[in-house]
Design a protein around this ligand. Structure first.
Ligand code: COD
Length: 301
């Protein structure tokens, strides 16, 4: 089992470099990450974007750039399409979102003819250290699917279970997060959670222990779970939190960064390759760890 980000990083480094196509790379933060991951030996980057701007920013930041690693496409939508095509052609192993609108990037990835879709739903997973420090935990979907229906939630859950298994978390414990732990017919997310739990019980969701609805306190804390009298193998021991919608997920992801000051990484699962889709709000460390995480998954696919 990968117990922490340090172990993850070491493991990726031991596997050798991966090639990342960065869509719309003309951006300070993006070029800093490129510099960091290349120096660390995690990856080499193909920079798709406005060549003049890339060189200008690199000069200001004193970052060395191999001119042959730049593909000059100033338009960000076109740059995203090109980065996607590099992956399809096998010229890059991974794709990373640079400085462009999330929707534009995702539309290039999701294109039916020339994108990176499979027959699965694409969904984002945030990875962080467990509060007790004992291993990694996953939170999904904090950035892609806006308001998934029950089938969408099932696929989001399954993508996260796939990632957990790659990280060697065997039979991960999945909490379906809601505001309360009781089924409340006026709160449809609680009924979705109850149905998904029953589906897991009947073998319709595999390789995981699933329970919900659970509130954050009783998903994470054995004391809270005991206090509420919840008898569940998942309560207080969750490896994966499945949030009901993007608003909850996004706030949880950002609260790890801005309130708790945690190290986190994220990845989009379900496509032909892992997708690195960090946002402006993410710290340079998050971007670096997200590259490490995606490299690790790609190596273990
Ligand atoms: N996985 C696989 N296919 C998908 C997915 C997905 N998650 N989402 C849409 N599709 C497919 C649909 O089946 C359809 O064939 C095609 O893509 C277009 O679907 P639409 O019309 O629903 O797609 P869009 O372009 O309106 O929206 C797709 C986005 C992913 C762009 C949209 O869901 C979105 O904007 N999500 C939020 C992203 C965001 O702003 N995140 C910010 C986090 S900081």
């Amino acid at each position: 089992m990968i117990r922490d980000f340090e172990e993850l990083e070491l493991s990726v480094k031991s596997m050798g470099c991966r090639k990342i196509a960065i869509a719309a790379a003309a951006d300070e933060d993006v070029l800093k990450v490129k510099d960091q991951v290349e120096k660390a030996g995690l990856a080499v980057c193909i920079l798709v974007g406005d060549k003049a701007k890339i060189l200008e920013i690199a000069k200001t930041l004193n970052i060395e750039i191999n001119i042959d690693s730049i593909i000059d496409i100033p338009d960000t939508v076109e740059a995203a399409k090109k980065a996607v095509s590099l992956v399809r052609l096998g010229e890059a192993d991974l794709i990373m979102k640079g400085h462009l609108q999330t929707g534009d990037f995702l539309r290039a990835v999701l294109d039916k003819e020339v994108g990176l879709r499979t027959n699965r739903l694409l969904s984002q997973v945030t990875v962080c250290q467990k509060p007790d420090g004992d291993g990694l935990m996953l939170i999904t979907d904090c950035a892609m699917n806006i308001a998934p229906d029950i089938n969408g939630k099932k696929m989001i859950l399954e993508n996260a279970v796939e990632l957990a298994l790659k990280l060697d978390i065997q039979k991960p414990k999945v909490a379906l997060l809601c505001a309360v732990e009781m089924v409340n017919l006026d709160m449809p997310d609680t009924t979705d959670a109850a149905i998904l739990s029953k589906m897991a019980e009947r073998g319709q969701i595999k390789n995981a222990q699933v329970d919900g609805p659970l509130a954050l306190d009783n998903a994470m804390s054995l004391i809270s779970a005991a206090h509420k009298g919840i008898d569940s193998p998942v309560a207080g021991r969750a490896d994966i939190l499945v949030v009901p919608n993007i608003n909850v997920g996004n706030a949880l992801h950002k609260s790890l960064l801005f309130f708790a000051g945690k190290s986190i990484a994220s990845v989009v699962m379900g496509a032909k390759v892992p997708i690195i889709m960090t946002s402006r709000a993410d710290s340079p460390e998050t971007k670096y760890l997200s590259v490490a995480l995606s490299g690790y998954i790609a190596k273990n696919s």
